[in-house]
Write a protein of this length. Sequence first.
Length: 255
Amino acid sequence: MAHEITDVDQVLFAKGTQVPWHGLAKEVDPNKTLCENAIEHGMDWTMRMDQMYRVNRGGEGMIEVPNRFALVREDTDFVTGVASGDYKLYANMLGYASLDSLVATGMATPNTMGTLRGGAIVWGLLEIKVPDEDVIPGDKIKRYILFSWGNDGKIGIALGYTDVRVVCSNTVHAAWSSSLSKLIRMAHRGQVETNVDNVVKTMDIAAADFKATIEDYKKMANTPINQADLRRYVKTVMQLEEKDTNKRASNLIDH
């Protein structure tokens, strides 16, 4: 299945937006929050980490596998992946609440939300309420805010802007890799909730960009936030000359 939507996954799209190509999505009320729709359609499930064991050499008894935990979706008891002990789970409802806070600014509206591979990937997508841009005359593109996170021990957290409307596996991967996307990526390590909150606070939706003071960026430096992404957006905010970009952007963050 190219879309990777299983029987225990959900894909929702806001009424009045385009119906996803795969025909597996449910239409929902765009006036409800993402959290409300998540609860109504059973997407408020949580994850847990279970210690892993193996059968010993003699075939009798179990031995603990050091620092290896199964990532388990609690409502289905489905194992979505494996991780080490320092892995930090990120709850669906926290992600949807972050997106709802952006909707509350009046600058964006809910578009799609869903899960893939039994819950190994979760996302929410907002459409930015600004005039569409023309790539070429008569060929308009829309801008979206994408927030995605993995539950498989491999895929991290991504939050930012994209031109790709996410409705399935193909499109979420396209958004992650698009040269037009501006996504800040974070690992499932450290203070995940704080890191997400800090990125959300920098979002300038009207400009489809990240705007923050140097002090804000210092707070995000040396964290599991992808430092290459962080420096890329410091360059944009500070309007640095290209020849000074790498050194000055690093200095602004590190000092």
